[in-house]
Design a binder for this molecule. Structure first.
Ligand code: NOJ
Length: 398
C-alpha cells in the first residue's frame, strides 16, 4: 500500500533512463558526426572520442540501472555500425546490439530501442542525407535489417527528435542544439523524416507485438502576452514542434522529450531572463516542461499513448537534479490524473553524456565515470530515483 503522502503511478509504469549510442559508446567512427567533429573547422568544443566506453561496458551499465531499481533502458542502435558502408551489413554489430537487448531481458529491464538518434552513416550523408530521394527507403531497409534482433522488444522509437534534426539540417549554426533561437527547419528534410518514420513503422508492423512511434522535443513555448505574441507562437512553434505531434496521429505511441521552456514575443523567441535559475546547458530550470509537453502531445496527436522518453537536467549540483525530477514527476502525475495515458518516464541520461556541440561539460547523468579508467560512480539522485521506481510512487515533498 502506498501511504497518502505519496503519489502512486499506474501499474506497469516504465521507470528508466535513456542514452544514445554516439553520446556514450565511444569511437563511433563511421558516423557523420564523428567526421564533423574531426574537421579542422569543426564547431564542436571537443570530439566524442571514447565517450563512456559503453560500447564495451553496456552490461555493467544495464546492471547498474537494474540494481538502482529501474525497470527500463532506452538506448539506440547505431546505423553507422550496422551498415558502415552502403549495402554492407555487419553481422557482428547486429549480434552486439542483440546482446544489449538480451542483457536487458536478463535483468528484467524493458529495452526501449531507438533506431536513429541524430547520427547517420557517413555514406548516407555523402549520398544526399535526408534530402536524397531514396532516404526513406534506405531507412526502411535499415529497419528491416535490425528487425530480426528485436525479439522481446515492445517499444521502438524510429527517429529521435526529427524536429531538432530538421532544424539542424536547416541552420547555419547547425550543430548547436540550443533551446533559444532554434534555426528555421529544413521543410524538405522534415517531410523526408516523416516519410522515413512511416516507412520504418510499416516494416516494424510486421511484428504485431512491437509498438512504434517517434520522439519529439516539446518546447513549452510561452507567449509573453504582448500584442502579436500569440500569433508568433503559432507561427514559430508549428514547424518546430506542433506539426510533429500532429503527425503522430495513428502511431502506437509518441515520445515526449522536454527540458525547459521558451518565451515567445511578437518578434520571436526571447533569451532566458537574467534572474532565473539556469542549468549547465544555459536553459531555465523548469521542471513543468514534462507535464506541458505531455498535455500538448496528447491534444495534438489525438490521444496517442505517450511516454516521456527524455527529461532531465545538466547540473553539477546533484540536489538540483533531485529537485528537478521531483517537479517533473509531480507534473506527470497531474497529467495522468487528468486521464492522459502515460506509459513511462525515461530520465536523460543514465550516464554523463557527450552533449553534441557542447562536449562533456553539461552533466546530465545519474551516473558519472572516470575519463581515464571509465569507472562508474552512482550519484545520490540516482539512488533516490531508484527508490521511487521500486515503490512505483513519488513521495510528496513539503
Ligand atoms: C535531446 C537529445 O535527444 C539528446 O541527444 C540530448 O543529449 C538531450 N536532449 C539533452 O540535450
Amino acid at each position: 500500500m502506498t501511504s497518502p503522502d505519496s503519489l502512486p503511478f499506474p501499474d506497469g509504469f516504465l521507470w528508466g533512463a535513456a542514452t544514445a549510442a554516439h553520446q556514450i559508446e565511444g569511437n563511433n567512427v563511421n558516423a557523420n558526426w564523428w567526421e564533423m567533429e574531426h574537421r579542422p573547422d569543426s564547431p564542436v568544443v571537443e570530439p566524442s572520442g571514447d565517450a563512456a566506453d559503453s560500447y564495451h561496458r553496456f552490461e555493467e551499465d544495464i546492471r547498474i540501472l537494474a540494481e538502482l531499481g529501474l525497470n527500463t533502458y532506452r538506448f539506440s542502435i547505431e546505423w553507422a555500425r550496422i551498415e558502415p558502408e552502403r549495402g554492407f551489413v555487419s553481422r557482428a554489430e547486429l549480434a552486439h546490439y542483440r546482446r544489449m537487448i538480451e542483457a536487458c531481458l536478463a535483468h528484467d529491464v524493458e529495452p526501449v530501442v531507438t533506431l536513429m538518434h541524430f547520427t547517420v552513416p557517413r555514406w548516407f550523408e555523402r549520398d544526399g542525407f535526408w534530402r536524397a530521394e531514396d532516404a526513406p527507403a534506405l531507412f526502411a531497409r535499415y529497419t528491416e535489417t535490425v528487425l530480426p534482433i528485436l525479439d522481446g522488444v515492445r517499444y521502438v522509437c524510429t527517429i529521435n527528435e526529427p524536429n531538432i534534426a530538421a532544424m539542424l539540417a536547416g541552420g547555419e549554426n547547425a550543430e548547436n542544439l540550443v533551446a533559444h533561437g532554434l534555426p528555421a527547419p529544413d521543410l524538405q528534410v522534415a517531410d523526408q523524416l516523416l516519410a522515413a518514420h512511416q516507412a520504418s513503422r510499416a516494416v516494424l508492423a510486421r511484428r504485431p507485438e512491437i509498438l512504434s512511434g517517434w520522439t519529439i522535443a516539446t518546447q513549452a513555448f510561452h507567449a509573453t502576452g504582448e500584442p502579436g505574441s500569440e500569433e508568433m507562437l503559432r507561427e514559430y512553434g508549428y514547424p518546430r514542434d506542433f506539426w510533429y505531434l500532429e503527425n503522430a496521429r495513428g502511431d502506437d505511441f509518441l515520445g515526449v522529450q522536454a527540458y525547459t521552456r521558451t518565451f515567445i514575443g511578437p518578434d520571436g523567441p526571447l533569451p532566458v531572463e537574467e534572474d532565473v535559475e539556469t542549468t549547465l546547458t544555459g536553459w531555465e530550470f523548469f521542471p513543468e516542461a514534462a507535464e506541458l509537453g505531455l498535455r500538448s502531445a496528447w491534444e495534438l496527436s489525438g490521444h496517442v499513448p505517450l511516454m516521456v522518453t527524455e527529461n532531465g537536467i545538466a547540473t553539477g549540483d546533484d540536489t538540483r537534479r533531485r529537485a528537478y525530477v521531483q517537479g517533473s514527476l509531480e507534473g506527470i502525475h497531474r497529467a495522468i490524473s487528468d486521464g492522459i495515458d502515460v506509459r513511462g518516464f525515461q530520465y536523460w541520461s543514465l550516464l554523463d553524456n557527450y552533449e553534441w556541440a557542447s562536449g562533456y561539460r553539461p552533466t546530465f547523468g545519474l551516473v558519472s565515470w572516470d575519463p581515464e579508467t571509465f569507472e562508474r560512480t552512482v550519484k545520490p539522485s540516482a539512488r533516490w530515483y531508484g527508490g521511487i521506481a521500486r515503490a512505483n510512487a513519488l513521495p510528496i515533498e513539503g
